[in-house]
Design a protein around this ligand. Structure first.
Ligand code: MRU
Length: 342
């Protein structure tokens, strides 16, 4: 399976799909320094919780390779890599996957005894994480396909597909696995303002796979639910608290509220690494605030009055009572039963 982000050993670079160009151009770029990785995450060249987790691990590799070239001593090497870990984690605050992978790399740095050994171990670990991500997504797809009724129309939000992961996807992994079994399923994709991940990326992925897809704007969800045109909602997540409250792209909670009203099952599909057992509830999840221009400017043109106030949170938190189940690689869990897999 194609990896949408991967470490290239021969060149010591991170190769990834340049997601801001989609759907016009499907192009891969090589990221070759730690600071350009920070920018790639921040500007969303790479995005989606599991994908930025891998990008963070690669960012540590890049710094390690750079320091090895400079022939610094082991104390400087460890000190600078520790700073690089903090720097990379600060690029986006909501998705816990970024912290999860960078903390693994930090531990390798801490426990290592020589520069060469640490560089090798960091690279090996990041490649292991890439391979595991695809395997995990396949399992999520396998379990998730069970809850998709025959001929169902699935509503999804944002992009939790191959491009948000290393391959296959979480919510779209469920869609793909369900479609392998039943060619009559269909997808409704929310546009996902302001960055348009649903319109630009999810429709790109699904149309390319031949899965029938209808694009709707974010405000249309309850209309289609009221018409009984949506059978199940499945989204990804960026961080899930111990009680099952789930942060995902802004607008997800609106879907969950409408789904509850119209009695449409609402599922989150996410790997175990997205569950943050260190926080009790969603109130503790840091929500990224992004710049105003994402809201006020479309295709280079201002779309609103000068002087208007704008707030642009990137994520919202869906309370656990609105979630029917959380689809993980270890099975489908009720939101209040997450502790059973830890
Ligand atoms: O801001 P983004 O595009 O990184 O947000 C992505 C999402 O909200 C996804 O649904 C989430 O990361 C899960 S991806 C498998």
């Amino acid at each position: 399976m194609e990896k949408t982000i991967e470490w290239v050993r021969e060149k010591n670079v991170s190769r990834m799909v340049e997601q801001t160009l989609l759907p016009y151009e499907y192009k891969k770029v090589d990221i070759d320094t730690c600071s350009s990785m920070y920018n790639a995450i921040k500007t969303m060249i790479v995005r989606g919780a599991p994908a930025i987790g891998i990008a963070g691990a690669h960012g540590v590799n890049l710094k390690a390779v750079e320091l090895k070239r400079q022939r610094v001593d082991i104390a400087t090497f460890k000190g600078e890599l520790t700073d690089a870990c903090d720097y990379l984690i600060s690029s986006r605050p909501t998705a816990v996957n970024l912290m999860w992978t960078v903390e693994q790399q930090r531990k390798i740095v801490k426990n290592g005894t020589s520069v060469d050994e640490i560089v090798e171990k960091l690279i090996d670990n990041s490649i292991k994480l890439e391979d595991e991500d695809i395997k995990i997504n396949k399992k999520i797809g396998y379990y998730g396909a069970e809850i998709v009724p025959r001929g169902a129309t699935i509503l999804t939000h944002c992009n939790a597909g191959a491009l948000a992961t290393v391959g296959w996807g979480t919510a779209l992994g469920v869609v793909r696995s369900a479609f392998e079994k039943d060619k009559t399923i269909k997808v409704f994709a929310d546009e996902t303002r302001p960055r348009g991940q649903g319109a630009r990326i999810t429709t790109f992925e699904l149309v390319r796979d031949g899965i029938p897809t209808t694009l709707i704007t974010d405000g249309m969800c309850s209309y289609f639910m009221s018409k009984r045109m949506i059978d199940v909602v499945i989204t990804g997540a960026d961080r899930i608290a111990a009680n099952g409250d789930s942060a995902n792209k802004i607008g997800t909670c609106t879907l969950a509220i409408a789904a509850k009203y119209y009695k449409v099952p609402f599922y989150i599909a996410a790997p175990k690494s997205t569950i943050d057992m260190s926080i009790k509830t969603g109130a503790e999840i840091p929500i990224e605030l992004r710049n105003e221009e994402e809201v006020t400017i479309v295709n280079g043109k201002r779309i609103c009055a000068e002087g208007v106030n704008v707030i642009n949170p990137g994520f919202d938190v869906t309370p656990n009572e609105l979630i029917t189940g959380i689809i993980t690689e270890e099975g489908i869990l009720a939101p209040d039963k997450l502790s059973t897999i830890f």
